[in-house]
Ligand binder design. Structure first.
Ligand code: AMP
Length: 509
């Protein structure tokens, strides 16, 4: 994935080249080689790049170059020249770390701003010069409300993980922020996935953007080996513990759908002698940072995370991702498996799939345009079931965001928003106001095994016959069976036109 181009040939300033050399990068990644010249030219940009491709440096480096090359107009404390908006605290911290790393030889200043932490140090920091502000939208709005930050000097706006930022959970906040930005500015949108819907919204924000796409749209990273273990929900915890021990996995990122599920799984693994920690929106920032640090250092072998908390977890050489439950939004699968196989390394992603989740699996395979190898592990094999029932899935509620469906085993079919409807998906510390993960209420979401047992529980007791090629070894791929999704053809597109009417056509320099 490294290109022939050199960083020097991209025209980056010498202090940046020195910092890049310190970071040990020998050549730009494809996204960097394509995006950096476009950003340096000053135009808007829509960049579709998978996570782990080096996209952060892809915007950080040219921004640092631009800001250092031209003098600030009307510099004042708390008046940033560049605003980088991201959906989560972890990602905010990591992006700002990159800004510091690459900008260490430049006289530019940066600050990170997110919720869930005391606001006072942020007030203090905003009393000094801040050239680059990395923020989550919720806390940024709090500061705007308190007039502690002034966005009238923003020359460059970045939306990282733009598909999230333009999603229904964030769109209102984003529009409020856009309304106070100067019209003349450069807009950069980076994302791993771009649904047509999000692309339409992005186009309302961008002016004549350059487009960069380093992987096919919505394509799962080809560096990641993917497999599915068919296993009843009630046996997943035992299977996971078995796999970790059997393969001697030392660093595994596991995704669960709920915070409660993450806690329970981490506890169970700990009990089984596998050091594990959970990371999600109900944990304090301190606990999240500690869990992440423990995971990075190897002290914690298994990090159990919810989707949103996992955003921004950037661990070099993370070898193994496990989907304890499949996400009900297929794009999330791409994000999840993108946590491994980063920066050209290979990785492996295993999904533990109960029969109730087959519909989600089919949607994922449709999105990534390939079938995922099915693997069976001795002792955890589901009993055969009538072929006709394989495609059974819960009925879809009438109106959904991002194709969310009710979750298997959930007793509250009325919720039906995959827990992330209008209340927002971020967790930038305004969760207490019903946003982000906090707003994704779990009370009604039955955990499998807790009032939400899959209805065909009892099939596949441990001790079933060995049908696959053994633990973790790929069995023969079974191509996804065609399926009829109820109501799929009658899907109504949502109107897009008015989304950015509050702030029409911004323009780059
Ligand atoms: P990102 O996609 O921005 O999250 O970056 C993924 C990883 O790639 C990070 O750990 C970066 O430090 C690393 N990285 C970024 N650019 C390069 C490069 N040109 N060469 C090698 N590694 C890189």
């Amino acid at each position: 994935m490294i290109t022939e181009t050199s960083f020097a040939s991209l025209g980056l300033a010498e202090p940046l080249l020195r910092a890049i050399a310190d970071a040990g990068y020998s050549a730009p990644t494809p996204i960097q080689a394509q995006a950096i010249p476009l950003v340096l030219a000053g135009g808007d940009l829509l960049a579709a790049a998978q996570t782990g491709t080096g996209k952060t440096a892809g915007f950080t480096l040219p921004i640092l170059h631009q800001l250092s090359a031209r003098p600030a107009q009307n510099p004042k404390p708390g008046r940033p020249r560049c605003l980088i908006l991201v959906p989560t605290r972890e990602l905010a911290a990591q992006v700002e770390e990159s800004v510091k790393t690459y900008g260490k030889y430049l006289p530019l200043t940066s600050m990170v701003m997110f919720g869930g932490v005391n606001i006072n140090p942020q007030f203090k920091a905003l009393k000094a010069r801040v050239d680059i502000l990395v923020a989550t939208p919720g806390r940024l709005l709090d500061h705007l409300g308190q007039k502690s930050v002034d966005l009238s000097g923003v020359e460059i706006l970045v939306l990282d993980e733009a598909d999230r930022m333009l999603d229904m959970g964030f769109i209102r906040d984003i529009k409020k922020v856009l309304a106070v930005l100067p019209k003349q500015r450069q807009n950069l949108l980076y994302s791993a996935t771009f649904s047509d819907e999000i692309k339409a919204r992005a186009n309302g924000l961008l002016h004549n953007p350059g487009c960069v796409e380093v992987a096919r749209r919505n394509t799962a990273s080809e560096m990641v080996e993917q497999a599915v273990h068919l296993v009843p929900q009630a046996h997943k915890r035992d299977l996971l513990a078995h796999l970790i021990k059997h393969h001697d996995w030392q660093q595994v990122l596991v995704f669960t759908r709920t915070k409660h599920g993450a806690n329970r799984l981490a506890e169970k693994l700990d009990k089984d002698g596998i050091p594990a920690a959970a990371i999600h929106g109900n944990k304090s920032q301190g606990a999240r940072t500690k869990a992440l640090a423990g995971f990075k250092s190897g002290e914690v072998r298994v990090l159990v995370a919810t989707d949103i908390a996992a955003r921004g977890i950037d661990i070099d050489q993370l070898p193994q991702v496990v989907n304890f439950e499949l996400p009900n939004v297929p794009e999330d699968y791409v994000h999840r498996i993108g946590r491994t196989g980063r920066a050209g390394a290979s990785g492996s992603a295993l999904s533990l799939v109960d029969s109730e989740e087959m519909g989600y699996l089919k949607d994922i395979e449709k999105l990534i345009k390939r079938s995922i190898v099915r693997v069976e592990v001795e002792g955890f094999v589901p009993a055969p079931r009538p072929a006709a029932s394989v495609d059974e899935r819960p009925p879809r509620p009438p109106q959904q965001n991002r194709g969310g469906r009710p979750q298997p085993g959930r007793s509250d079919s009325g919720r039906g928003q995959s827990g992330r409807g209008e209340q927002g998906r971020g967790e930038q510390g305004r969760g207490e106001q019903g946003r982000g993960e906090q707003g994704r209420g779990e009370q009604g979401r039955a955990q499998a095994g807790k009032g939400g047992q899959p209805s065909r529980e009892g099939r596949g007791q441990p001790g079933g016959s060995r049908q696959g090629q053994g633990a973790g070894k790929p069995a023969k791929a079974q191509p996804a069976a065609p399926q009829q999704r109820p109501g799929a053809s009658g899907k109504k597109p949502r109107p897009q036109a008015a989304l950015f009417s509050a702030k029409p056509g911004s323009r780059g320099h």
